[in-house]
Every structure is written in C-alpha cells, then in structure tokens.
Design a protein around this ligand. Structure first.
Ligand code: ZN
Length: 116
C-alpha cells in the first residue's frame, strides 16, 4: 500500500480529493484539545493529549494513546457478546475457586478437630 492510500485510510476518505477536504477542514487547535487526565503511577494527572478523531473533530474517548485512547471497546455485536461472556465466565471461575477454598478450609478444620 502506498503512502497516499494509507493516508486516505487513516482519514477514512474514499478519494484523494476527499482526503484533501478532510485535511483542510477547520479543526480544533491542538492546544485547545483536552488532555488525557488519567492518574499516573506517581499520582499526577496524565498531560498527554487525548487521541483525536479527525473525522468528527473530537476526542475518541478522552484518553491518550497509552491510557486506552486507541481502543474504544468491541464494535460488532459478536465482539460485544464475547466480551460479556468473558466477564461472566471469569465470575464463574472465581466463584468456583472461592468454593474450593472454603471447602479446603473446612477440611483443615476437621483435621484439627481429629488431632485434638
Ligand atoms: Zn494518558
């Protein structure tokens, strides 16, 4: 893929002409765009700019590229469903583990009773 084709894809433009129009469209100046604001490891708010959606001239989701700005979550219904199921499965696994742990504790207590 050549440079211009890639550029068109980035702008989601159908043609070079459209890409040029999008490029020249009035956009919010960089210094007026919001900052990420995520809490960094040392406690201060992230000062990196939020990932910008040039098509709509607004932030994608308000976060910078290292704080989730590049991902806006599952898009397709299939993807969303998979995401929900993953969460549910995770919950079931955790519940199973909790049960096993509690049973293990009871066994240990039984053992202690026997040895007494
Ligand atoms: Zn950030």
């Amino acid at each position: 893929m050549n440079y211009w084709a890639l550029y068109r894809q980035c702008l989601r433009a159908e043609s070079d002409e459209e890409a040029r129009r999008i490029r020249e469209r009035k956009r919010t100046p960089k210094e007026e765009r919001p900052k990420c604001g995520a809490r960094c490891r040392d406690g201060h708010a992230c000062r990196a700019p939020a990932v910008w959606d040039f098509e709509h001239d607004r932030p994608r989701n308000g976060r910078c590229r290292v704080h989730g700005g590049l991902s806006t979550g599952p898009r397709t219904e299939e993807g969303k469903q998979r995401s929900r199921e993953g969460a549910r499965r995770g919950g079931l696994v955790a519940a199973e583990r909790r049960r096993a742990m509690l049973q293990g504790k009871e066994h240990a207590e039984d053992g202690a009773t026997v040895s007494r």
